[in-house]
Design a protein around this ligand. Structure first.
Ligand code: OXD
Ligand code: MN
Length: 647
């Protein structure tokens, strides 16, 4: 490994300064990495392993300068200024410290088809589908092809740009449940967003001096092969975008996209894909789950997690405003949970993130008043619409719109209700600090995590699936997670509304073979003295008139109330073929404005369930085959028998 070349330290002699890009630099030390100027930050704050990673990345990507992030306010101001100058963001003067980024319209969502896991053998990454069937549980790439993909894209890809070195911690810095990453990136937007979504900067480098392990994450927005960047405000290379993970090497490599899930590498790439492989090795769970705390009228606090596919209301549930009197909800996280059984056999969860990267459309004072109180300061919005009074707008915000205000859509065109297109992109987002959520849980940064008593699975199921049912035992609950299905949403590149299998809401995020993942979940039963109970919820069932049968949002507290009573082993359930549902009068509906047909919302049409279990069987057979643990096939068989005999 080549030596790090350092010249004597000269405070503030940054090359960005020399180029006049930054009027004032922070305490940039005049130094070099592989002959490239370090324009900001302290090379000596890097451990030898981090230096080696930065050196390799510099040699490959050939940036004009290197900026070592410290996470400070001064640094953030420099980045915002830079982004304003090139037009990556525009200010939102209506709010405090809020900004709007508009992406290249070709770069608006995660790209699942271009996301790969690299292992020696394919079987480590994906189950072997039935002959002639295309696997849908992840994409495998060989080590040689991964190297080739990198070599085709990365050499010189940061020429003319700054490489930012972003040290970040997933989870509170220093918690035994937390993990550290270093992301190198050529996007100031990524740096500013990582500062919100993770604990980022000098404290993380200091922690690394104590314990050296980190995940390496290399990101470039890329430059199209013909060298022409269409929108300099949002460079990207959609044609050649690729997201690569090498679990054995704790390595993430992402090229061509600046969009959140593809570029904020702490989130899906680290906390879920690489995270799930670390969790398997170390005996814990890295899951696509929100975490919330509920206090009942007696003052008893219970924590739950819930796994719903992307854009199915995790943020809304995490910030629930309970309609049931006397209940209080506090939010620990809205997207990801890292969970581990402690020495007492309690499942403890941390939210590895530091912010919310939530879907904006549909968020409103009516649906999620807490989010609306959270997002209008210190926030980077992406691809929402802009209002003439310097604010933002998206579908659902109609009631907050002041009279006479004009709207510019996410593409920068004038917009009105008759435009026939959404004003905000359906996958537009807010990126906002979790700490400013008015109902953030007092224990949200507890290094020990919060104790989890219930796990919810769920999705958008317009037909057949009841509002709530409870698993009969752990293995049945794991089966319920494996059998999850949901209507597709705009969070990824899929078009149209189809019911997709999305086991554990993790289909796009598994870091290893799904069959082995299920085995890992089954094995957790022996770790826990106090195993959480497992439930399935569906807020989205529709009646014959095509309307939702359940009002959702704050009224979901009624379902939570039943879950809490089940956690306390109250005898308030009825056994059915699919699982336990609330017994007569046990779902408390007093004071509810909407009329709900409970018979209908808990009905279990035999035809539907026969077809559903047939579909699940086909899915298991064609996608997972021999890799699926036999316990799960047994659960399916028992469910089919109960449906035959009891419905
Ligand atoms: C997300 C997603 O951004 O799941 O959280 O797509
Ligand atoms: Mn998510």
């Amino acid at each position: 490994m080549p030596e790090l070349i350092e010249t004597p330290k000269q405070i503030s002699a940054s090359c960005l300064h020399q180029q006049g890009k930054y009027k004032q630099t922070n305490f940039g030390l005049y130094s070099h990495i592989r002959g490239t100027n370090v324009s900001y930050g302290d090379v000596n704050s890097l451990t030898p392993a981090v230096k080696a990673f930065v050196e390799e990345s510099v040699a490959l990507c050939q940036p004009d300068q290197v900026h070592i992030c410290d996470g400070s306010e001064t640094e953030n101001k420099l980045l915002l200024k830079l982004m304003l100058e090139v037009g990556t963001i525009i200010p939102l003067p209506k709010y405090e410290n809020c900004w709007l980024a508009r992406t290249n319209p070709a770069d608006v969502a995660r790209v699942e088809s271009r996301t790969f896991i690299c292992t020696e053998t394919k079987e480590e990454t994906i189950p072997t589908p039935k002959e002639g069937v295309k696997g849908t549980l992840g994409n495998w790439i060989s080590p040689a092809d991964m190297d080739k993909a990198i070599n085709e894209r990365f050499p010189g890809c940061m020429k003319g740009r700054t490489m930012y070195v972003v040290p970040f911690s997933m989870g509170p810095v220093g918690s035994p449940l937390s993990k550290i990453g270093i992301e190198v990136t050529d996007s100031a937007y990524v740096v500013a967003s990582m500062r919100i979504m993770t604990r980022m900067g000098a404290a993380v480098l200091a922690e690394l001096q104590k314990q050296g392990d980190f995940v390496r994450a290399m990101h470039s927005v890329g430059t199209p092969a013909n060298g022409v960047v269409e929108r300099t405000a949002w460079p990207c290379d959609p044609e050649r975008t690729i997201i690569l993970h090498k679990p054995d090497a704790n390595l993430i490599v992402s090229y061509g996209s600046g969009y959140g899930g593809n570029s904020l590498l702490g989130k899906k790439c680290f906390a879920l894909r690489i995270g799930s492989t670390i969790a398997k090795r170390e005996g814990w769970l890295a899951e696509h789950m929100l975490i919330l705390g509920v206090t009942n009228p007696k003052g008893v606090k219970t924590y739950l997690t819930a796994a719903f596919p992307s854009a199915c209301g995790k943020t809304n549930l995490a910030m629930l405003n309970p309609s049931l009197p006397g209940f209080k909800v506090e939010c620990v996280g809205d997207d990801i949970a890292w969970m581990k059984f402690d020495a007492n056999g309690d499942l403890r969860a941390i939210n590895p993130e530091n912010g919310f990267f939530g879907v904006a459309p549909g968020t409103s004072v009516e649906t999620n008043p807490i989010a609306m109180k959270t997002v209008f300061k210190n926030t980077i919005f992406t691809n929402v619409a802009y209002t003439s009074d310097g604010g933002v707008y998206w579908e659902g915000m109609e009631s907050s719109l002041a009279d006479g205000v004009e709207i510019t859509d996410w593409l920068g065109n004038p917009w009105n209700k008759s435009s026939g297109k959404p004003a905000a992109h359906p996958n537009s987002r807010f990126c906002t600090p979790a700490a400013q959520c008015p109902i953030i849980d007092p224990a949200w940064e507890d290094p020990a995590g919060v104790p989890i008593s219930a796990i919810l699975f769920g999705g958008r199921r317009p037909a057949g699936v009841p509002l709530i049912y409870e698993a009969r035992n752990w293995a049945h609950g794991v089966f319920m997670g494996a059998a999850m299905r949901s209507e597709s949403t705009a969070a990824a590149e899929y078009k149209g509304k189809i019911i997709m299998h999305d086991p554990f809401a993790m289909r796009p995020f598994f870091g290893y073979n799904f069959g082995h993942y299920v085995q890992h979940w089954l094995s957790m039963e022996s770790h826990g003295k106090n195993l959480p109970k497992i439930f399935h919820v569906n807020w989205f069932r529709k009646g014959a008139d095509g309307k939702f049968m359940w009002p959702g949002y704050g009224e979901n507290s009624r379902v939570i109330d039943w879950i809490l009573r089940r956690v306390n082993n109250e005898d308030c359930f009825l056994d059915t073929a699919v699982g336990r549902i609330p017994a007569q009068n046990e779902l408390h509906l007093e004071g509810m404005k909407d009329q709900v047909d409970l018979t209908e919302i808990f009905s279990l049409p035999k035809d539907f369930w026969l077809k559903e279990t047939e579909d699940i069987k086909n899915y298991f057979d064609s996608q997972i085959g021999k890799d699926l643990p036999k316990e799960i096939y047994l659960e399916l068989k028992m469910l089919q028998e109960r449906i035959e005999n009891e419905l």
